[in-house]
Design a protein around this ligand. Structure first.
Ligand SMILES: [Zn+2]
Ligand SMILES: [Zn+2]
Length: 111
């Protein structure tokens, strides 16, 4: 059986980058912009296409949109991210995060 990988550590390395380390040794160097634009909540999903890594929408950009306020673990399967503009309905499940992982290896696997 294949066990789904899960994130064991999350580090913000600078203002715009969130490094997620997986229990299988994989490293996902997410940008905050990417995570926010790929927010899986119902409100955002309407305008975001799955696996879209870059989704510029300056007309909807509010101050703080790409500012990380807090990350809260949800059970052992997901994290909830609160953003600087107050948005907090996005629940990022491990398998979703792995699916949108921006590293070269995953990028090439998808393309
Ligand atoms: Zn959202
Ligand atoms: Zn990856």
């Amino acid at each position: 059986m294949i066990k789904s990988p899960c994130v064991i550590s999350i580090k913000q390395t600078d203002a715009a980058i969130l490094n997620m380390l997986w229990d299988d040794g994989h490293l996902s160097p997410f940008t905050l912009r990417h995570l926010r634009d790929d927010c899986p909540c119902a409100e955002c999903k309407g305008e975001t296409v799955l696996l879209h890594t870059f989704h510029p929408s300056p007309q909807t950009e509010k101050p703080g949109r790409y500012v990380l306020k807090s990350i809260v673990p949800v059970g052992n399967y997901a994290i909830q991210i609160t953003w600087g503009d107050g948005h907090e309905t996005g629940l990022y499940a491990w398998d979703y995060l792995r699916e949108i992982c921006p590293c070269d290896e995953c990028f090439q696997r998808r393309n």
